[in-house]
Design a protein around this ligand. Structure first.
Ligand code: FES
Length: 107
């Protein structure tokens, strides 16, 4: 479980990059929902935390692939592979990310 920042420090419609390995992007939607996905686009090396958030979708800043924050699935080309999603909780006002294990590794 990785602390990210205080909830009030991540305004709605904003995102923050967490320097884990690999990095994770945490999003707070306009509706206040929190999501975390791997930060690196599966198409090329772009940071999704620098993308455009619209509803539960984030658009990659490099070639405009879009990913569903709820599932990690790409919703349009050029990305074809999903990003991993991670569970997010808020404890005592602090956002935490619970990293999903890499495929083939123990949790
Ligand atoms: S790097 Fe994300 S769509 Fe190309």
């Amino acid at each position: 479980m990785i602390p990210v920042c205080r909830l009030e420090d991540l305004p709605e419609g904003e995102s923050v990059r967490v320097e884990t390995t690999p990095p994770v992007a945490v999003f707070r939607t306009e509706g206040g929902a929190l999501y975390a996905i791997d930060d690196t686009c599966t198409h090329q090396d772009a940071s999704l935390s620098e993308g455009w958030l619209e509803g539960c979708l984030v658009e990659c800043p490099l070639h405009a692939a879009s990913f569903d924050l709820r599932t990690g699935e790409p919703t349009c080309l050029p990305a074809r592979r999903p990003v991993r999603t991670h569970r997010v909780t808020v404890q005592d006002g602090v956002i935490h990310v619970h990293l999903t294990a890499e495929e083939g590794t123990a949790a």
